[in-house]
Write a new protein. Structure first.
Length: 175
């Protein structure tokens, strides 16, 4: 059982499992991590870097958003498209900000070793774009996420304040 709520129907439980499995598997986090390991020491272009991170962090964030939607079966494809676009944007924004923090914050603040990506020879949004352009990209992705929420049907949009706040916090975080 994926949820503690026995009232969640078996079909919804199965859908939740499928979403999580896809996000964690070869087309998601595991596949993205394989690309990351293989690319260590070489330079990815910006498109390849984005694709890799959409499979890693992005896939899991998208799954979490779509799993919430799966628990509200009365919502349609219009919600799925808008929430999928929202999740794609915040997933990539999270990684862009992670790359910025890796070069600007200290290890104690981050809770992990700062500067590790550069020492490992990994391509990052900062190494490819520079810090200023990477920050602008993070802000654009935040705005894309907020725009996707605006595309939700009015009754759902009215309940999306927490998702909007998450998008803002992802870009303004310090760790």
């Amino acid at each position: 059982m994926l949820t503690a709520d026995a009232a969640v129907p078996a079909a919804v439980q199965a859908r939740l499992c499928a979403l999580l499995a896809r996000a964690a598997g070869a087309d998601g986090m595991a596949g993205g991590q394989a690309v990351d390991l293989q690319a260590t020491g070489s330079t990815l272009d910006i498109d390849a870097l984005g694709a890799m991170h959409r499979r890693k962090t992005g896939a899991l964030l998208k799954a979490s958003v779509l799993m919430g939607l799966a628990c509200a079966p009365q919502r349609g494809d219009d919600c799925a498209a808008a929430l999928g676009a929202y999740a794609d944007a915040i997933g990539l924004a999270f990684q862009v900000v992670d790359d910025l923090l890796d070069v600007s914050a200290d290890s104690a603040t981050l809770g992990k070793t700062a500067g590790k990506d550069a020492r490992q020879g990994k391509s990052t949004f900062v190494s490819l774009l520079g810090a200023d352009a990477a920050q602008q990209l993070a802000q654009r992705l935040r705005d894309d996420a907020l725009g996707a929420l605006d595309a939700l049907p009015a009754p759902v949009r009215a309940r999306s304040a927490r998702l909007a706040e998450l998008a803002r916090r992802i870009v303004s975080r310090s760790h």
